[in-house]
Design a protein around this ligand. Sequence first.
Ligand code: SF4
Length: 340
Amino acid sequence: MNIKLNLEDILTNFINKDKQYTIPIFIPHKGCPNNCVFCNQKKISGQINDVSLKEVEDKIQQFLSYYTNDRKIEIAFFGGSFTGIDINSQIEYLKIANKYIKNGKVDSIRISTRPDYINDEILKMLKDYGVETIELGVQSMDDEVLRASKRGHTKQDVIDASKLITKYNFRLGHQIMVGLPLSTLDKEVYTIKECLKLNPKQLRIYPVYVIEDSELYDMYKDGRYTPLSIEETVKRCEKIIEQCQKSDVAIIRLGLQSTEDITVSNSNIFGPVSDNLAEYVLAGIVRNSIEEKIEKNLTGEELVIYVPKKYVSICVGPKKINKIYFESKYNLKYIVKGES
Ligand code: SF4
């Protein structure tokens, strides 16, 4: 049996339509009054130094010197809750970024923050300095999960903040987490459905990792929290993405970015730690799509999938999981052919 797959359709939420460069500026949130159970920023805050204005300026200059073509360039303030830090510090950071917007070297500014740190006054200030995108740490739309995670905000805060951000014509982004305490597959599907009603333009999906020096670590150690397996995480992400396929939201991250500290080789991080979660999830989405198209009694033949060359590895899957799946389930030869 031969199948020609139009993966652009299936993976539409992952296709980056406006490719851009990002200049990442990490702003540690030393004064964060919250106590999210999965966060270790508070306990390690003594080890994090404030980012000086000179460091911000140097970083922007450094990144600009790398870029040679004419892609869009965005300065992204991330790592905490930007609008929760002292207002004067926010303005100082934004003034620097805004200078590069004015001289035409940078196109946009993005910040990430909490839903309860958004109001008219803050949004007017962000507008004045040229911020284009605001990403909200939603994490869950289930109040019980938010409480168990000690997020300190409610579902209603997310709704109010998202509506206000859209009203002020910012580009809205949401971040959600998979595997929070008391969360379930159903609650995560509910979360994405509720998020999509607010029409975010971009989405990040993060699995919950248990990091030493966090409250979640204590909960894990005394059995009050069990992290998800990688398999369960992949399954939940697939279900979340199924919902996204009904919308135009761009999924700009799936899984945590590996850093020196957050990696499978760090034995002090527990849970569904994977350097290539997205590859497993994408392979699963493609597998489900192929399975929908094949005849139920297909067996003992060749299953040949034709896809554009760049998608061959997704169709085969990491560690050839899709090839192994189809060949063992249907007793056939699974062949993926890349077309130019
Ligand atoms: S994750 Fe929670 S506790 Fe950590 S910096 Fe963000 S809001 Fe504060």
